[in-house]
Design a protein around this ligand. Structure first.
Ligand SMILES: Nc1ncnc2c1ncn2[C@@H]1O[C@H](COP(=O)(O)OP(=O)(O)O)[C@@H](O)[C@H]1O
Ligand SMILES: [Mg+2]
Length: 230
């Protein structure tokens, strides 16, 4: 179980100090698919960064099976992220001087996984292993970024607007890959989007508005990436 307890997060100091997360509490079951939905500026990315240990809260706790990651030292938190967390960003952040194979290998090494070739194949990149990021389409680059995150066998996969830069077809493909891999490997998925259609794929939807949770509900019958509207 991943649990957030009364998280508050501020940016800035003095007069320009503003509260971005205004006391957020939530619970996410292991192995589940959760979507965090909300308008631009509502604090979704900040919440994701805090839940994944990329950033620290100012107040409140983030608990993984009862362990408060806010209490870890900086190096402890880095280690936690390296070993246990996968993160897929809207912008892919691939290393431009490394080919597909080496980009994915980097992720694999962080998780001590030697068998990353399988992930490359599952994401349909088998014939692109020698290509460099600039030789790939946006959809392919996003798949490399997904392969890199997945290659370390993360316990939890965080995705921040993973289809934001993709056209409909590659966007659906991307979501389909993620959901199939999740069914196979059982990791937890926590995905941020502003697209309400995509929320229909989730078991649980958490709606944010101005740094607070506005609504929370469960989908009894989540849809597949090819059943949702776009
Ligand atoms: N590093 C930062 N410094 C100052 N303000 C920030 C920073 N990151 C985000 N913000 C502000 O926090 C608010 C929420 O941002 P964000 O979490 O990125 O929202 P969302 O992902 O929902 O669009 C926005 O008003 C944004 O300008
Ligand atoms: Mg964002």
């Amino acid at each position: 179980m991943i649990k957030a307890e009364k998280i508050r997060k501020f940016y800035g100091t003095g007069d320009s100090r503003s509260e971005i997360l205004k006391g957020i509490s939530l619970e996410i079951e292991r192995g589940s698919f959760t979507v965090i939905l909300g308008a631009s500026g509502s604090g979704k990315s900040t919440l994701l960064n805090v839940l994944s240990g990329l950033e620290r809260t100012n107040e409140g706790s983030v608990l993984y099976d009862g362990e408060n990651i806010e209490e870890l030292t900086d190096s402890g938190l880095t280690e936690f992220r390296k070993r246990r967390i996968g993160f897929i960003f809207q912008q892919y952040y691939l290393l431009p001087n490394l080919n597909v194979d080496k980009n994915v290998k980097m992720g694999a090494q962080l998780g001590g996984n030697k068998n990353y070739g399988e992930i490359i194949k599952m994401l349909g990149l088998g014939d692109k292993r020698d290509k460099y990021p600039h030789q790939l389409s946006g959809g392919e680059q996003q798949r490399v970024s997904a392969a890199r995150a997945l290659a370390k066998n993360p316990e939890v996969l965080f995705l921040d607007e993973p289809t934001g830069a993709l056209d409909e077809e590659t966007g659906r493909q991307m979501l389909d890959y993620i959901s199939k891999l999740q069914k196979k490997s059982g990791f937890t998925v926590i995905m941020v989007t502003h697209n309400a259609n995509i929320a229909q794929m989730a078991q649980k939807v958490i709606k944010m508005n101005s740094g607070k949770i506005a609504e929370e509900y469960e989908n009894k019958t989540p849809k597949t990436a090819y059943e949702i509207g776009w």
